[in-house]
Design a protein around this ligand. Structure first.
Ligand SMILES: [Zn+2]
Length: 128
């Protein structure tokens, strides 16, 4: 891949990275708030019912799940940025063929070409 093209994808990746970090920052804030309130026993800001407690726990669970998904996404973005530095970006890590510009534009952190990705997915379905 040409350096000029790599720069384009690097920009895309950095934009996505910024967006995820921003989202994660907001999420961390809300989780920390909920935990602090519980630890100090400060429930004065809202009426305290068992039903509310249940909903809060579920909301926190969902927030944590989303956070770990974001972390995985962030990891793949960082890996892609590393591959740009190594000049291996744009090649499938499995079969070494070009991933393709259409796929990279939609998914700049893609590691596999579409063929290997499909193989990967059908393999994991077989394992289940
Ligand atoms: Zn491949």
């Amino acid at each position: 891949m040409r350096t000029r093209d790599m720069k384009k994808y690097e920009k895309l990746l950095l934009e996505r990275r910024r967006k995820v970090l921003h989202e994660m920052g907001l999420l961390r804030g809300s989780v920390a708030d909920a935990t602090t309130k519980e630890a100090t026993g400060d429930h004065s800001s809202y009426s305290y019912h068992m039903a509310d407690q249940g909903t809060d726990a579920m909301e926190r669970e969902k927030t944590f799940m989303f956070a770990s998904k974001s972390q995985r996404f962030l990891y793949h973005i960082d890996e892609a940025l590393r591959r740009i530095k190594d000049k291996t970006y744009g090649k499938c890590i499995k079969c070494d063929s070009e991933i393709g510009t259409a796929r990279l534009t939609a998914l700049p952190h893609a590691r596999f070409c579409i063929k290997c990705k499909e193989e990967e997915e059908s393999d994991s379905k077989k394992r289940q």
